[in-house]
Design a binder for this molecule. Structure first.
Ligand code: FEO
Length: 391
């Protein structure tokens, strides 16, 4: 396992994880992932930027096997998929000085057990001179944790961004030329991981716009040699712009709520609103998260079970609330047997999004003609709200 050259003195030394199918015990990874670490060799000093997941420590050490000396290990993010292998690198290279943001110093000692006195703190904009290669350390908090940082290699006009601009995509090549694949993988990653931090990302994009950037090197997925493409995507995703879309996420027990969800999707389509339908019993949560990137409305469809909403719907509502998408409107539809509090429960779970909650459609038993009329009214209402909102 050899280092892979990106430019003179800059190498990828990371690991692909083809088989990983779940991140955080929650996020599906249909294409695996990679943990990207980078080696920057100057005329006088050498720096390693980030490590890899602890399960891939052997791969990182193998790629570094011919490296005689590492002066600096720069940790841009303390989460274990990037920091987990750092203790093993430090054991092999006791000369290396571990550096992070001040918050990173605190979190590294907690998460990978390195004593704080062995970690140096880098200020925002502080530089490291490697001899003909200058690394500028930039505090870029909340992409994804409070300590996250980026590093700009001035001479090569290369920006290392850790999780930001990343994608869960294992690949043989360092680069991915397929626009569609890059867009889908980056959008999925943004939706699952970065969406709660839209305002922070917008601020960081403004700062990055002042740099001359030829290459963006994130710590998951492909290296971007067309940086404008992925920057533009993130600009769109983090903007306030909404699409004329409604997401319908539902669960069903005896089929009544499914009938209602499908009827509503058709009624919305007749009104010119594109509906994305997710049966939560079988859906990929990443696809659900992606649909929320710029949708204007979410409708949860839930049967009533044990006097409340279905657990799948509760889980999806919790996730939607936590991901903080741009959504403006919501509603709840569904069938119940004898009573319950499903609507109130779902609305309270979405309280963080401050949505305009439209009239729910609740049906006792199977939906009949009057219930379909109520769904038509809801579809009309959603279409009117969308046309009244600056989409
Ligand atoms: Fe890829 Fe937040 O770790």
């Amino acid at each position: 396992m050899e280092p892979r050259k990106i430019s003179d003195g800059v190498f990828w030394v990371g690991a692909a994880d083809w088989d990983r199918r779940l991140f955080d015990g929650l996020i599906p990874l249909p294409n695996g992932t990679s943990y990207n670490a980078y080696l920057v060799e100057g005329g006088t000093r050498t720096a390693l930027i980030d490590g890899v997941d602890p399960t891939k420590t052997g791969v990182l050490l193998a790629r570094l096997s011919r490296v005689k000396r590492i002066d600096y290990i720069i940790s841009q993010h303390s989460e274990q998929d990037h920091s987990g292998a750092i203790p093993a690198v430090m054991e092999r290279h006791p000369e290396a000085k571990l550096l992070a943001s001040p918050k990173g110093k605190e979190l590294l000692s907690v998460h990978i057990g390195i004593p704080a006195e062995r970690i140096g703190a880098l200020a925002d904009n502080e530089t490291l001179d490697l001899g003909g290669k200058t690394l500028e350390f930039m505090h870029t908090p909340w992409v994804h944790w409070p300590e996250t940082a980026s590093t700009y290699l001035r001479e090569d006009r290369m920006l290392f961004t850790c999780d930001l601009f990343g994608s869960h995509l294992a690949a043989e090549g360092l680069y991915e030329k397929d626009d569609h694949l890059v867009c889908v993988a980056a959008r999925r990653y943004y939706a699952e991981v970065m969406m709660p931090f839209r305002a922070n990302i917008r601020r960081h994009l403004e700062r990055f716009a002042k740099l001359k950037i030829d290459v963006i090197a994130p710590s998951h997925g492909p290296v971007h040699t067309n940086p404008d493409r992925v920057v533009q995507y993130h600009g769109e995703w983090t903007s306030e712009k909404l699409s004329n879309d409604a997401v319908i996420a539902y669960s069903t027990m005896h089929g009544s709520t499914a009938i209602m969800a499908e009827y509503l999707a058709e009624a919305l389509a007749r009104n010119g609103v594109e509906a994305r339908l997710f049966n939560l019993a079988v859906t990929d949560l990443g696809e659900f998260a992606m649909s929320l990137v710029d949708a204007a409305t979410i409708v949860f469809g839930t049967p009533t079970i044990l006097a409340g909403a279905h657990p799948h719907v509760i889980s999806a509502a919790f996730l939607a609330n936590a991901l903080r998408p741009k959504l403006r409107f919501s509603s709840v539809i569904g069938s119940y047997g004898w009573g319950g509090k499903a609507v109130e429960q779902i609305n309270s779970m979405l309280s963080g999004l401050k949505l305009d909650a439209l009239n729910p459609v609740q049906v006792k038993g199977a939906p009949g003609p009057e219930d379909f009329k109520s769904l038509d009214t809801l579809a009309d209402c959603i279409a009117a709200k969308h046309s009244g909102a600056p989409l």
